[in-house]
Design a protein around this ligand. Sequence first.
Ligand code: DAT
Ligand code: MG
Length: 148
Amino acid sequence: MERTFLMIKPDGVQRNLIGEIVSRFEKKGFSLVGAKLMNVSEVVARQHYAEHSERPFFGELVDFITSGPVFAMVWEGDQVITTARQMMGKTNPVEAAPGTIRGDFAVFTGKNIIHGSDSPESAVREIGLFFQPNELVSYERTLAAWIV
Ligand code: DAT
Ligand code: MG
């Protein structure tokens, strides 16, 4: 069973999309194991996006992700890392298919609503950056046998 880190960015929070987005992952069959509304500090923002530190848009990216509250989440499920990325759609909303989160709700790469881990290694790193172990809740769901 896999876990991923998903984060509704400040634009998604301001646009009242938390419920819509959480609902999509719930209906898909994934389990929410942790969530919080929070402000991202500049230090954490720089660590989170460290792989992009040399890119020309890094400063704007850090400014954006620290510009208002985000909704940070950990989701669990079979193949959740890859599937969540598919549900998010391509990074540039112009290329994101209709039906995906970015395809349905965004028009601009710099305001693309949601972050999702891109690999098992990123997921472990990002979950550890945003959550303490005791903020994650493991539990049995009676529905599980009807999903996998
Ligand atoms: P993703 O968020 O799909 O994993 P990424 O890791 O390549 O995409 O980039 C992280 C974020 O940085 C992305 O969600 C939006 C921003 N970004 C990426 N490429 C950009 C670009 N060419 N210009 C401006 N912002 C960009
Ligand atoms: Mg990425």
